[in-house]
Write a new protein. Structure first.
Length: 393
C-alpha cells in the first residue's frame, strides 16, 4: 500500500509531536510514526522545566491552556553549598522565569490537539525503515501488524530519540559525533509528598550533588548523585530519605517533605552532539541529534527549538519554493545546541563531586560557586541561560 504526505515524522515524543503541530499551523501535512503505544508516550516521566521560550511557543501555538492552569511558574531557584542556600532571582535578573510542567503532560496536550485537528498519528506502528534519503523522493517503509506499507514524502524528520532508526539510517562517515560521559549518575525518585519549597534547590554537598524539584502540588521529584552502576536494590526508601536529608536539609531549617516513593530510577549523565543534523532530505531533531546532562534543564527545550527552526524552514520551502533555510537548519540549530551544551556542562561541573578532583580542584569549585552566589553579573549569566536564550529570527 502506498501512502503520501509532505513530511513523515518518525517519533511521537515532544519533538515529533510539536513539529507535526507547527507544520499543521503552516498548512503542511505530516504523518507521525511511533513504535510505542499512546499510553506509553503519555505516561513516560521525563523532564519538567520549561524555559520561557518554550512556554511562549506553546502559548503562540494554542497549547498553553492546561499549562497555565496546572503548571507551576518559578521566578527563581536556590543554589546551595553544604546546606547554605542562595536564591538566584531569575525574574529580577532577566525579566523571565521558568514553568514546571512535566514532559508527559506536554505530550498529552500535543496528542490531544493533533487528534482533535485530524492529525495522522500512528502508534505501535511496527518496524520502520528509511530509504532514498538523498533523493528528491524519500520513502519510509512500515511493517505494521496490519501489513506493510510505504510512505512517500518530500522530507523525513527524525525525532525518534538517541536509539532511534533515523540517525542510524545515515551512511557511515557522514556524521561527526561529539560525546562526553560523566563519571556519575542520578538516582531519582518521584514521591507522593507535597512540595515543601516553591522553587528548585540545586545543592552542592561534600557527600555529592542533590536536587529538589517537583511535578505537581502533591508530587516531588528528587535526585541524588550516585555511581553510574548504582544498584537500586541496595537503596531502601529509608536509606534514600536519609541521604536526601543529609544533603538537602538547610541551615535555615528547610527540608524536603517525605512521602511514599512512587518510582525509583538511575539516570546516566552524558553530553552528545552529532553534526550535521541533516542528510539529504532527512533532518534530525531532539534526542536523535543531541543529549545534554539534565543539570541545565535543557533537553525538551532544545528539542522545541530544533523543531521551531525546522517548521519555519519548511514553511519557507512550501510557500516560497526556497530551500535556503532548510540548508541552514543544521548550522542554525547547532549554534543554540552548543550554547546549551556549554551551560549544561558548566552547571554539571559546578555542582557535582568528581572523584578524580584534587584538593585544589575542590577548593576552586567551591570558590566558583561562592562567586556565582555573590556576584550579580555571574548570577545574571546563569539566569539568562537557565530561562532560555532567544530564538533566532
Amino acid at each position: 500500500m502506498r501512502v503520501e504526505t509532505q513530511v513523515c515524522v518518525v517519533g511521537a515524543g515532544p519533538a515529533g509531536l510539536m513539529l507535526s503541530h507547527l507544520l499543521a499551523l503552516h498548512g503542511i501535512h505530516s504523518i507521525v510514526l511511533e513504535a510505542r503505544s499512546r499510553q506509553y508516550c503519555e505516561e513516560r516521566v521525563r523532564a519538567g522545566v520549561l524555559e520561557q521560550t518554550s512556554v511562549a511557543m506553546l502559548e503562540q501555538s494554542g497549547l498553553a491552556a492546561r499549562l497555565h492552569r496546572e503548571g507551576m511558574r518559578h521566578e527563581g531557584l536556590d543554589l546551595g553549598l553544604n546546606g547554605r542556600l542562595h536564591r538566584i532571582a531569575l525574574q529580577e535578573l532577566t525579566g523571565k522565569g521558568v514553568t514546571v510542567y512535566g514532559q508527559q503532560e506536554v505530550v498529552k496536550d500535543l496528542i490531544a490537539r493533533r487528534l482533535a485537528d485530524g492529525g495522522d498519528l500512528r502508534f505501535e506502528c511496527g518496524e520502520v525503515s528509511l530509504h532514498q534519503l538523498d533523493s528528491a523522493h524519500p520513502l519510509v517503509r512500515v511493517a505494521a501488524a496490519g501489513g506493510e506499507y510505504e510512505i512517500h514524502c518530500d522530507y523525513v524528520a527524525g525525532c525518534d530519540g538517541f536509539h532511534g532508526v533515523a540517525r542510524s539510517s545515515i551512511p557511515q562517515g557522514v556524521l561527526q559525533c561529539y560525546e562526553r560521559t560523566y563519571p556519575f549518575a542520578w538516582l531519582g525518585i518521584l514521591a507522593e509528598a507535597a512540595p515543601s519549597r516553591q522553587e528548585l534547590v540545586y545543592m552542592q554537598h561534600d557527600r555529592g550533588f542533590a536536587l529538589y524539584s517537583m511535578r505537581s502540588p502533591s508530587v516531588t521529584r528528587l535526585y541524588l548523585q550516585c555511581a553510574p552502576d548504582e544498584d537500586l536494590t541496595e537503596w531502601s526508601d529509608d536509606r534514600i530519605w536519609s541521604e536526601l536529608h543529609a544533603r538537602l536539609d538547610s541551615h535555615d531549617g528547610w527540608k524536603p517533605n517525605e512521602g511514599h516513593i512512587l518510582q525509583k530510577s538511575v539516570t546516566g549523565m552524558r553530553s552528545f552532539v552529532v553534526e550535521p543534523l541533516q542528510y539529504g532530505r532527512l533532518f534530525l531533531a531532539g534526542d536523535a541529534a543531541h543529549i545534554v546532562p539534565p543539570t541545565g534543564a535543557k533537553g525538551m527545550n532544545l528539542a522545541f527549538a530544533d523543531v521551531y527552526y525546522l517548521a519555519e524552514a519548511m514553511q519557507e520551502y512550501y510557500r516560497r519554493d526556497s530551500s535556503e533555510r532548510l540548508q541552514q537548519y543544521s548550522a542554525t540549530c547547532l549554534r543554540r545546541i552548543w550554547r546549551a551544551q556549554r551551560f549544561s556542562w558548566w552547571m554539571t561541573s559546578l555542582l557535582h563531586r568528581f572523584a578524580s578532583d584534587s584538593p585544589f580542584d575542590r577548593k576552586r569549585q567551591m570558590a566558583e560557586l561562592d562567586y556565582v552566589m555573590n556576584s550579580r553579573a555571574a548570577a545574571t549569566a546563569l539566569a539568562e541561560n537557565y530561562v532560555g536564550l532567544p530564538l533566532e529570527a
